[in-house]
Design a protein around this ligand. Structure first.
Ligand code: NZQ
Ligand code: ZN
Length: 388
């Protein structure tokens, strides 16, 4: 049964080959000063930077820059961003990049006028902003996180060895996002495959919760089938527009709160992956891939009906003459084969994980509820041990 919910997603999207024209429509809505935020320089190599700058200048904006946002953005970088945004007196923060740049822009936006330490307030205590914030817009250059249309922001505290996310309310979503699938053509294969699994994990961590016959589950099965199909094409052919556009659109819908409606949702794979990343700084989607199979095999007996449905509806497993458990396990085996085929990292050793640090990973794993089994410390230890 669908529970009660409110649904509001205020982010305006511009999608397709001409999406950047949307920037010309959006920029006049904000003041003159724009803080242009980006990562390590990919946008300069692929020409997106100069195209964006040209539009900013044509719209008469005064542009300040905050470059060098790293994958898995850190607390220290956010402090730097707060200083830059203040100095620039920014009326708009324009994030041009992937999830890290977009998450970082949101973190800076809500922290510029925050009277307390932003890490403690938002990321440790999970509070909402009660200060003035700066609007954020996004030009997305890689797919996966869904950050372009949600309130999520994930920040890493290297000193504390914690990677925590906070999902801000809809007032703090990007006001607009530009989604041109062509902008993702230059994403390196490792990053792209990682992003593909991030999308899959977002869907699965909402799908594998509750046992009812929920409309959201049917939507998710459709999204998963499109993802599996398009991912294989995109891995073979980096400039296949149809595959890239399907991936981009699926990523957005996987985590813009829509499919979570009426679901309790399970974020344990993300919690495990973030604990690992807090120590290793490994690429987000890869951390999820590396712990997923041990996690799903552990919880399968507690959600058998759903794993069986997943095997049949998503992976096309034939149920004829088989026990529920056999069907469910065949579904996971098909998923694992697909993961290996597209080139995901399937163990934490390759991501820099170390057996002697497992107790640290267990402590850094924050969410343990929501899935078919509430995870104990021993469960988490077992999952990490099985992931080497
Ligand atoms: O820094 P540059 O030089 O731009 O290179 C980036 C970066 O090295 C490169 N890249 C991006 N677009 C490119 C490109 N290279 C060539 N051509 C392009 N068009 O890709 C690298 C990775 O970028 P990043 O932004 O880190 O990737 P992603 O989009 O996967 O973001 C990961 C971050 O998002 C968080 C993750 O934890 C991680 O910190 N997440 C955010 C979520 C949210 N807001 O809701 C949810 C997710 O579960 C996730 O946790
Ligand atoms: Zn994710």
């Amino acid at each position: 049964m669908l529970g009660n919910f409110t649904y509001c997603n205020p982010t305006k999207l511009y999608f397709g080959k001409d999406a950047l024209n949307g920037l010309k429509e959006e920029l006049p809505k904000y003041g003159k000063r724009v803080l242009l935020v980006y990562g390590g320089g990919s946008i300069k190599k692929n020409g997106i930077y100069s195209r964006v700058l040209e539009i900013l200048q044509a719209c008469g904006k005064h542009v300040s820059e905050d470059a060098g946002v790293m994958p898995n953005p850190t607390v220290d970088k956010v402090y730097e961003g707060i200083a830059r945004a203040k100095e620039a007196k920014a009326d708009l923060i324009l994030a041009v990049g992937g999830g890290s740049v977009c998450d970082y822009a949101k973190a800076v936006s809500v922290s510029v006028n925050c009277k307390e330490d932003f890490w403690d307030k938002y990321f440790v205590r999970g509070e909402e902003p009660d200060c003035e914030t700066i609007p954020v817009g996004c030009v997305l250059t890689m797919v996966g996180t869904g950050s372009e249309m949600n309130g999520g922001s994930v920040i890493t505290n290297r000193a504390q060895k914690r990677k925590y996310g906070h999902v801000f309310g809809s007032d703090f979503y990007p006001k607009f996002s530009i989604l041109n699938p062509e902008f993702t053509f230059t994403v390196p294969k490792y990053q792209m495959v990682s992003g593909i699994y991030d999308i899959m994990s977002h869907i699965l961590e909402q799908y594998f919760s509750d046992t009812d016959d929920n409309t959201s589950d049917y939507i998710m099965e459709g999204l998963l089938r499109s993802l599996i199909h398009s991912a294989e094409i995109a891995v073979q052919d980096a400039t296949n527009y149809e595959a890239r556009s399907n991936l981009m659109w699926t990523a957005t819908w996987a985590l813009n709160t829509f499919i979570a409606k009426g679901k309790s949702t399970d974020w344990n794979v993300h919690s495990l992956g973030q604990a690992l990343a807090a120590y290793t700084d490994a690429t987000h989607g890869m951390t999820l891939a590396a712990v997923s199979m041990p996690y799903y095999r552990l919880i399968l007996p507690y959600g058998l009906e759903k794993f069986k449905r997943y095997a049949i509806h998503v992976w096309g497993v034939s149920p004829d003459g088989k026990s529920d458990e056999t069907i469910a396990r065949e579904g996971l085996a098909a998923m694992e084969a697909w993961m290996r085929k597209i080139g995901l990292v399937m163990n934490i050793t390759d991501l820099g994980g170390k057996r002697e640090l497992v107790e640290g990973y267990v402590e850094a794993t924050r969410d343990r509820e929501g899935g078919y089994k509430t995870l104990t410390d021993q469960d988490i230890r077992d999952i990490f041990q099985a992931s080497f």
